[in-house]
Design a protein around this ligand. Structure first.
Ligand SMILES: O=P(O)(O)O[C@H]1[C@H](O)[C@@H](O)[C@H](O)[C@H](O)[C@@H]1O
Ligand SMILES: [Mg+2]
Ligand SMILES: [Mg+2]
Length: 267
């Protein structure tokens, strides 16, 4: 049984997170190796399976039992037409499987991401790497951890010494792909050590929080990809900004061209 209350109490009470959320992850890990019913959403590369829906429904039903007044913003509910609007109410922001394309291909880089906001302020985030049993947590003002290990971002500010992470996104029309690759090319011309795409934005952002990469950029990320990861990165000493930002972000922002996806709350 998925024990959501423990996450809420553990993070609010500041106790070290235990790996209770692994029960949810066990559902995903088991399903990873099994046959799946796959459908597409905004493009042929934007996949969803019955496990995405199952996990999202499980999380929401458990949380709703314990916190009936809370609101929810979740990837598959939004895809089914629910409005994506953040209010001052306590709100859980959920990506039930981040890395669904990886999940469909049994590529073991998949996560569950649960963020929590009150008065439009992100209070805490939990991202669980389902196949490596790593629980990333961050609570506003209380630090960020992977299992028991404190997370700190890298101090690199020189783009020519940076490992940069990005994701391809669901838009695959020729113009978008041309822009995507020209952005990557610009960073490589700026002598970045490398650019990596791992297929899960939340886990890429967790690698950033652990200092295993120096920067992440992407157009078209959704609030459910970003909510938990934003708390974790901020608590690891990093910044999360749009491309009109600071230092390393400025260098990257100046090097690349925008790919326009629109905002979740404008759809
Ligand atoms: O749909 P899920 O939750 O798997 O999220 C992924 C998006 O689908 C990709 O477009 C996006 O590029 C990232 O890979 C993101 O993790
Ligand atoms: Mg997802
Ligand atoms: Mg996602």
């Amino acid at each position: 049984k998925y024990n959501s209350l423990n996450i809420y109490r553990i993070l609010i009470s500041g106790k070290d997170p235990v790996q209770e959320v692994c029960e949810l992850a066990c559902i995903i890990k088991k399903a990873l190796t099994e046959e799946k019913r796959v459908s597409t959403k905004t493009s042929a590369a934007d996949l969803v399976t019955e496990t995405d829906h199952l996990v999202e429904d499980l999380i929401i039903s458990e949380l709703r039992k314990k916190f009936p007044s809370h609101r929810f913003i979740a990837e598959e509910s939004t895809a089914a037409g629910e409005k994506c609007v953040l209010t001052d109410s306590p709100t859980w922001i959920i990506d039930p499987i981040d890395g669904t394309c990886n999940f469909v291909h049994r590529f073991p880089t998949v996560a569950v991401s649960i963020g929590f906001a009150v008065n439009k302020e992100l209070e805490f985030g939990v991202i669980y790497h389902c196949t490596e049993e790593r629980l990333y947590t961050g609570r506003r003002g209380q630090g960020a951890f992977c299992n028991k290990q404190r997370l700190r971002v890298s101090k690199e500010t020189d783009l020519s010494k940076a490992l940069v992470l990005t994701e391809i996104g669901p838009k695959r029309d020729p113009d978008t792909l041309k822009l995507f690759f020209s952005n990557m090319e610009k960073l490589l011309h700026a002598k970045a050590h490398g650019v990596r795409v791992i297929g899960s934005s939340t886990l890429a952002l967790c690698h950033l929080a652990s200092g295993a990469a120096d920067a992440y950029y992407q157009f078209g990320l959704h609030c459910w990809d970003l909510a938990a990861a934003t708390v974790i990165i901020r608590e690891a000493g990093g910044i999360v900004i749009d491309t009109s930002g600071e230092e390393m972000a400025m260098l990257i922002a100046q090097a690349i061209q925008t790919i326009n996806y629109g905002r979740d709350d404008e759809k």
